[in-house]
Structure formats: C-alpha cells, structure tokens
Design a protein around this ligand. Structure first.
Ligand code: S3P
Length: 450
C-alpha cells in the first residue's frame, strides 16, 4: 500500500482552545472486536468502531478470510465463522501501516491450515515480526524463509496448535495478544507471563465473547495469563469507547495553549492506558475526570483539561507500557514545562511506525528545544512556556509524530511545519477538523501547491 505525497501542514500560535467534543473509537479495541467477531459464531455488532485506515485494513482482511465485516447504518457487523473456521484468502492481506493488525492476525492465522501472505507499507515492512513469529512457530506455525522477521511474509498455520507457556521478553500487548489468539486454537491451556502489565483488552474481550481466561500473579510479581483452547465464542454487541491515545493530542493542546478549556467525552480510562494522563497530573496539569462510568466492559470518563503552568518530572520505566504511544506528545508538552522532563525505559519507541525516539528528539531540536538521548532515556529541557518553533518536522510515515508536533505548534512562538500529514488517516482522520473546531490554527504551508 502506498500513500500519495501530501501537502505539509503548519500549526501556528492559537487563541484559547475551547469546546466539548468526542474523539473516534479506540484503535486497539476496534482491531480486537473485528478479529474476535470473525472467530465467533453468529453476528457481532460493533458501535463506535474506529473508521481509520489501520482498522479498515483489519476489516478487509477478516472479510477476505470469509468473515464479512461491513457497516450497516451506524453499526459495523461481522459474520463470524467460529474458532478455526476462516478460509484461505484469494490474495495477500494488506495491513498498510498497522503493526497491531498484522501481529494480532498472525496469532489468528497460526490456527488455520492454509497459506496466507501478509504485506504492508514501507514503515510496516521495516518493523520486527520475529517477536510474534518465534512463539507462534513453537506452537506449530510455519513461516516461509529462514529468520523471517519482516513483511512481506507467507504463513501457514495448523488446526491443532501446541499450547505453550511463554514469558514475554518485551512488554508488548501485541505479542501477548497474538499468543492468546493462537491459544484459542490449541488443545489445552496456553499461558503468557508478563513482568509489566500491558493493555488487557484482548483478555477482557475474550472473556466477553465466552472464552476462559485467567490472570493470576505469581511469586515473582509477574502476571500469568492463561487461555483455554477450543472455546465456542459467541458473537456479541461491542461498544468501542473513545481512544485515549487520540484524546491525548487535544488534552495536550489545551494544557499548553494559554486560556484553554477543553473536555473530551467518554474516553477509555482503563488503567493499562492512562500513564500519559497520570504524568500530566504530576507535571501540574489541571485535569479532571468527570462522570466516570463503565461502558462495554471498560471504564470511561469525560476528561477536562485547562491551560496549566507545568513542571518537569521523571517518568519511571515501568510506566512505559501504559503510555507507549503518548511519548511523542508528552515530549512536546514537556518542552513547555519549567525544568527537565526525563523519560526512562523508551527502548520500544525505536520499533514503532518510525524510530519515535529519534524522530521526537529531532523534531524538538528543529524547533529550538534541547534534548538528550542516553540509552533508552530521553530528556527534554523545558522552556517554561516558551518554545521557539519555526522548524520543519520529518514524520517518517508516523501518524503520532505528525500529530504531536502539530499540537506543539499551537503554542510555539513561531509556526511549526510538519512535512507529511497523510499518515494521520491511519488512526485519527478527524484530527485536523476537531482541532480547528476548538480554535486551533492549522493550515497548508504558504506557497504549498496541490
Ligand atoms: C497495541 C500495543 C502497543 C501500541 C500499539 C497498539 C495493541 O504496541 O504501541 O499502538 O493494540 O496491542 P506493543 O504491544 O508492540 O508495544
């Protein structure tokens, strides 16, 4: 899949941002709802599904595997085929930019005895897949090529996988989820052991669809997550809450643009996802969590943010899994704080849609913000409310780099230019329009054509 070259966008110093709004559905939960719908019997109806490129590619893939996913009215409907009931696709499955769609689908394909080719864009084709394929191979998956670690790849699964017990070498919900999904197709119990909690949407949703999943602490303080194979999953109605990783940009903008007051409604506040909000509070941000409630088995709240004077903080490494996608925007917020913000344990940022550690530091430096990378630690030297701006940021096909720096530009002294905004459509197509609706000044670069 390729993207047309896009016009750069420029973010300029804005007047106070004001408004109350919602953001689209959570990306992680949307992928999982489609996949579990495909593995269930009967219909799964999904409201609030994120209609962004990454998730739409997963919808196309489950359809190509014989479990049609389509929108009727406001709701997406998946016609499931049951565990192990998918069929060979006619052509390659194209996951575009999406690591989550790819890696979760690898777990599903592991339980099916037919060949399937997986392809993706330039960014996805650079990302490591062995972290998922190695445990799946030990369950019985065959992968073409020796040491195959990058797309394009052809996989061939088998109907009766061998259950395994696997300790995650990296804190990754994608790896955990792929193994649990494969475990559905294994006779017996498949266990994943995680040292640090990662997002638990797969576990929650598997239970909701009828699988037996347990999570128990062990003597070393780790969590053992076990799924029992060959369950009968039943199609369910799923309501997808608003994505906290998308809301993060609007909340960040409100915190750094003087005079702002913004509320985002119905945001997922599952504790495995809220590290960014916790960190903002520690920095002194005026955030309130209102109307806390449960929707579709997940906790949600309306999050209100007002402009705040911020101070630098130290973010501990064990918090990384709960805010792994929010470090670029946190680093941009930290540029406005008084004092240094030191973020530890960021090694995984190097293997996201881009090398986010390098891209974040480069974007800040290009806009007059000093940074330092030492091992897996990023330090941002805050400017006490002042960021020079005037730089151009290279996004490297990474949606979150694009949105983080457009957010930063709304409070910088001079405009911030982002070289390519096409990838924003992979996760948050409404981003520019919603920001503009709050009063943000975002527009094409002067003299940009066509
Ligand atoms: C995701 C897990 C995270 C995150 C990604 C979504 C998921 O990746 O970065 O955007 O839905 O499981 P890792 O599990 O590889 O850290």
């Amino acid at each position: 899949m390729s993207h047309p070259p896009s016009k750069p966008l420029v973010a300029s110093k804005s007047n106070p941002l004001q408004g109350r709004l919602t953001v689209p559905g959570d990306k992680s939960i949307s992928h999982r709802a489609l996949l579990l719908g495909a593995l269930s019997l009967g219909k799964t109806r999904i409201s609030g599904l994120l209609e962004a490129e990454d998730v739409l590619n997963t919808a196309k893939s489950v359809s190509a595997l014989g479990a049609p996913a389509a929108k009727t009215g406001e709701t997406w409907e998946v016609t499931g085929r049951g565990v192990g009931g998918l069929r060979q696709p006619d052509g390659p499955l194209d996951f575009g930019n999406s690591g989550t769609g790819t890696r979760l689908m690898m777990g599903v394909l592991a339980g099916h005895d037919f060949p399937a080719e997986l392809v993706g864009d330039a960014s996805l084709s650079r990302r490591p897949m062995a972290r998922v394929l190695d445990p799946l191979k030990s369950m019985g998956l065959e992968v073409d090529g020796d040491n195959a670690d990058r797309l394009p790849l052809t996989l061939r699964g088998m109907a009766d996988l061998v259950p395994i017990e696997y300790e995650l070498p990296v804190a990754s919900a994608q790896v955990k989820s792929a193994i649990l999904l494969a475990g559905l197709h294994a006779a017996g119990k498949t266990t994943v052991i995680e040292a640090e909690p990662t997002r638990d949407h797969t576990e929650r949703m598997l239970r909701f669809f009828g699988a037996e999943v347990t999570a128990t602490p062990d003597e070393k303080g780790r969590t053992r997550i076990t799924v029992t194979g060959n369950p009968v999953l039943q199609g369910r109605d799923v309501k997808v809450p608003a994505d906290p990783s998308s809301a993060a940009f609007l909340i960040a903008a409100a915190v750094i643009v003087p005079g702002s007051d913004v509320a985002v409604e119905g945001v997922l506040v599952n504790p495995t996802r809220t590290g960014f909000y916790l960190t903002l509070c520690e920095m002194g941000a005026d955030l309130t969590f209102e109307n806390e409630r449960e929707e579709g088995g997940e906790p949600v709240a309306d999050i209100r943010a007002r402009h705040s004077a911020l101070k630098g903080v130290s973010v501990p490494p064990e918090r990384a899994p709960s805010m792994i996608d929010e470090y670029p925007v946190l680093a941009c917020v930290a540029a406005f704080a008084a004092g240094d913000t030191v973020m530890h344990g960021l090694g995984e940022l190097r293997v996201k849609e881009s090398d986010r550690l390098a891209a974040t530091a480069a974007g800040l430096e290009a806009n007059g913000v000093s940074t330092r990378i030492e091992g897996d630690t990023l330090t941002v030297y805050g400017g006490s409310g002042n960021v020079k701006g005037a730089g151009t940021v290279a996004t490297h096909l990474d949606h979150r780099i694009a949105m983080a720096f457009l957010t930063m530009g709304l409070a910088s002294e001079n405009p911030v230019t982002v070289d390519d905004t096409a990838m924003i459509a992979t996760s948050f197509p409404e981003f520019v329009g919603l920001m503009q609706g709050l009063g943000a000044i975002l527009g094409p670069a002067a003299g940009a054509s066509g």
